[in-house]
Design a protein around this ligand. Sequence first.
Ligand SMILES: [Zn+2]
Length: 265
Amino acid sequence: MLSWVSMSCRNCAMFDYWALISRLVCLLLLVWVSVPISASSAQPISPAEELPVRKVVVLDPGHGGHDPGAVGPSGLAEKLVALSVAQEIREILSPTYEVHLTRDDDYSVDIERRTEVANHYRADVFISIHVGGAFGHQGRGTVIFYHRRRNTGLGSTPYRQYGNSWETGEKPVLWENIQGKHTAESQLLAELVHRHLTGKLSPVDEGIREAPLLVLKGADMPAILVEIAHLSHPAEEAQLRKPGVISAAAQAISEAIKEYFRKAD
Ligand SMILES: [Zn+2]
C-alpha cells in the first residue's frame, strides 16, 4: 500500500505527504509492539538491591552561648569541649549514619528544644554530651546516665502519655517520660559507651547511673547523657587539653554507637 501510494501519485505533493504519514504509522506500530517485549525482559528490583535506610544519630553538645557549663581551673569551658567531641563523632559516623547535632556552634539552645530535635529527626539514638563539674574540684571520672523518672506515686505505669492526665488534675505534659519505653535499650547503650570510653580520659570510673534527666525524659528513642570527664578537676582539665584526647573520646563513643546498632538490630 505504501509503495502503491508513492508510485501512483509521484507528481502529487499531497499523496507524497500521505506516504510519509503511512511510514510514520508503521514505525509507531513497530515501537508499540516492541515495548512490551523489552519491558517484560527487564529484571525486577529485588528488596536487597534497594538502598538501606540509614540509622539516625542525634548528638547534643551540652550548654552553649551564655551558658558555659563547667569551667576548668585554667578556663577551659565545658560548652566548647562538648561541641568538639560531638563534631568529631559526626565526622567519624557520617559516612555510615545520618548524624545531626542539636547545636553546631557556640549558641544557647533550650533543653526542651534539644529533645525536640532528636524526636524531629526520629533518631535511633540520642546522646547528650557533657564534661561535668563539681564543687571544690573534688569530683572526677567518667559517668554515664540513663533516664529514670522519680516515683511520683501516681501509679505503677512506667510512663504516661498525653491524653489522660486531666483525670489526675495535673497539668497535661506532652510526651512526659516517654523515655520510659526505651529504658532497656538506653541501658544497653550506656553499658557500651561505658565499656568503650572508660579509661580514655580519666583513670576514675564513676560507672553507670540512673537519674531523672530533663533532656532525656521526652526523648522517644534510646538516649543517654555522658559526662566524659570532670572538667572542674585540674588533672582532668589538663588531660582534655592534650592533643588527641578529645579525638580518642569521640572515637570511643562512635565505636559504642556502632556496636549498639549491631546488637540492637
Ligand atoms: Zn554539663
